[in-house]
Design a protein around this ligand. Structure first.
Ligand code: NDP
Ligand code: MG
Length: 387
C-alpha cells in the first residue's frame, strides 16, 4: 500500500486527485487530507478514504469538522500549524494543491520526510524555488510537476539531455479575454474573468488565466524547476489548450505534449510515475479537431508576461514579492476594489517599492525570509491599492 496525503483536497486539483485514488482504493493508505472552508467535503472524503487525519486551515471550523467526523476513526485538526504537522507525517506520495503561498510550508515539510511531492502549488516554486529544490536534495525527496505545462515539459524531457535543450515553449489558451478589444479590458468584470474557455479550475487560477498572471507564474516556475535561462523560455498562445508545452532541441526538433485539457492527466502521470497507467480522460480525435492555432502573445493585453521577465532577471526573493503582490491584487479585484488591468499596475508598483527598500529582495532564501518578504509585499501592495 502506498501512503498518500493530499493538501488542498477539497479544491479542484484535490478533488481530481481523489477521483483517481478512489478508482483503486486498495492500493492507497490515506494519511492526511486538508482543506479550509469546505468542511462537509473534507469530512466526507476523509471518512470514505479512511484517512488518518483531516485538517482544516480555519481554526474556527475545528468544531464543525469534529462534528462532521464524529463516529469515524479520522482525527480532526485545525490551523496552519496542524497542516504542517500533517505534512510531517510520513507519506510516500503527497499532493501539494493548496492555493497560494500557504502551500509553501507544508510542501517543505513533506519534502523533509522524503516524500514524492506532486507539485500543483506553483506559488511554492515562484516564491521559493531554490529553497524547495535544496530541501528536495537534502532529504532525498522527489518533486514531480503537476501544472499541465510543466508535466508536459517533464514528459518531453524523459530520456533527453538538458544540455541539448534550446528552448521551452509554454502554451497559453489566452483565457477569457483572448479576443476582447483591448480598450474594453479595463472594464472586465469578476464574473467575466471567472469563466475559462477550456479548463475547469478554481476561481483564482481562472482569473489568473484571463490576466495571464497564471502564465507569468508558469514562466518563473519553468525557470526554477528546469533550470533553463529566461531567454530559453517562450510563451505561445494556443487557443485549443491541447498542446500543453513544447521542448525545442539543438537539432531543431520540437517535442510537443498533446492531450485533452483535463488535469487528471498530469495528476495521474505524477501519481503513477515512473509507470503509465490507464487514465479516464478523453482520447483526442485529431481529425475531428482539424486545426491547432498559434499566436504570439500581445504584451499590451497581458502585461503580466513582461513583469515575469523582469522577475526572472532580478532573481533573489523577487518571485516572493511578485506572488504576494499578485495574490493581494487578485483579492482586491475579487472584492471589487480595483479594475482588471490595475492588478498588473499594483504588482509592478509593489516590486518597485520593495526593490527600492533596503536589500530585502537580496536576503538569503530561507522560509523565514520568504515569509517576511511575503508579509512586507502584501502590506506594500495594500497601501498601493488604497492610495
Ligand atoms: P482551489 O481554489 O480549487 O482549491 C484550493 C485548495 O486549497 C482547497 O482545498 C482550499 O480549501 C485550500 N485552501 C485555500 N486557502 C487555504 C489556506 N490558506 N491554507 C490551506 N488551505 C487552503 O484551487 P485549485 O485546485 O484550482 O488550485 C490549487 C493549486 O494548484 C494552485 O496553486 C493552482 O495554481 C494550482 N494549479 C491548479 C490547476 C487547476 O486546474 N485547478 C492547474 C495547475 C495548477 P477549501 O476549498 O476547503 O476552502
Ligand atoms: Mg498550467
Amino acid at each position: 500500500m502506498r501512503r498518500v496525503s493530499i493538501f488542498g483536497a477539497t479544491g479542484s486539483i484535490g478533488q481530481n486527485t481523489i477521483d483517481l485514488i478512489r478508482r483503486a482504493p486498495d492500493e492507497y493508505d490515506v494519511v492526511a487530507l486538508t482543506g479550509a472552508h469546505n468542511i462537509e467535503q473534507l469530512a466526507r472524503d476523509a471518512i470514505e478514504l479512511n484517512a488518518q487525519v483531516a485538517v482544516t486551515a480555519e481554526d474556527d471550523l475545528l468544531d464543525d469538522l469534529r462534528d462532521a467526523l464524529s463516529g469515524s476513526s479520522v482525527e480532526a485538526a485545525a490551523g496552519a500549524a496542524a497542516i504542517e504537522e500533517a505534512a510531517h507525517r510520513p507519506a510516500d506520495w503527497t499532493m501539494s494543491a493548496i492555493v497560494g503561498a500557504a502551500g509553501l510550508a507544508p510542501g517543505l515539510a513533506a519534502l523533509e520526510q522524503g516524500t514524492t511531492l506532486a507539485l500543483a502549488n506553483k506559488e511554492s516554486l515562484v516564491c521559493a524555488g531554490e529553497l524547495l529544490l535544496a530541501t528536495r536534495k537534502a532529504h532525498g525527496a522527489t518533486i514531480l510537476p503537476v501544472d499541465s505545462e510543466h508535466s508536459a515539459v517533464f514528459q518531453a524531457l524523459i530520456g533527453e539531455d538538458l544540455a541539448a535543450v534550446e528552448r521551452v515553449i509554454i502554451t497559453a489558451s489566452g483565457g477569457a479575454f483572448r479576443d476582447w478589444p483591448l480598450d474594453q479590458l479595463a472594464e472586465a468584470t469578476l464574473e467575466q474573468a471567472s469563466s475559462h474557455p477550456n479548463w475547469d479550475m478554481g476561481q483564482r487560477i481562472t482569473i489568473d488565466s484571463a490576466s495571464m498572471f497564471n502564465k507569468a507564474m508558469e514562466l518563473i516556475e519553468t525557470r526554477e524547476f528546469f533550470g533553463v535561462s529566461p531567454e530559453q523560455i517562450e510563451t505561445l498562445v494556443h487557443p485549443q489548450s491541447m498542446i500543453h508545452a513544447l521542448v525545442g532541441f539543438n537539432d531543431g526538433a520540437l517535442m510537443a505534449h498533446v492531450g485533452p485539457p483535463d488535469m487528471r492527466h498530469a495528476i495521474g502521470f505524477a501519481l503513477h510515475h515512473p509507470t503509465r497507467r490507464h487514465i479516464p480522460v478523453e482520447r483526442l480525435d485529431l481529425a475531428a479537431i482539424g486545426t491547432f492555432e498559434f499566436r504570439a502573445p500581445d504584451l499590451r493585453r497581458w502585461p503580466a508576461l513582461g513583469i515575469a521577465r523582469d522577475v526572472m532577471e532580478r532573481g533573489g526573493l523577487s518571485g516572493a514579492v511578485f506572488n504576494a503582490a499578485k495574490e493581494t491584487a487578485l483579492d482586491a479585484f475579487i472584492a471589487g476594489q480595483i479594475g482588471f488591468l490595475a492588478m498588473a499596475d499594483v504588482v509592478r508598483a509593489t516590486l518597485d517599492t520593495l526593490e527600492a527598500s533596503d536589500g530585502h529582495i537580496d536576503a538569503t532564501m530561507t522560509l523565514d525570509n520568504v515569509l517576511q518578504i511575503d508579509h512586507l509585499a502584501r502590506k506594500a501592495a495594500r497601501a498601493i491599492i488604497e492610495q
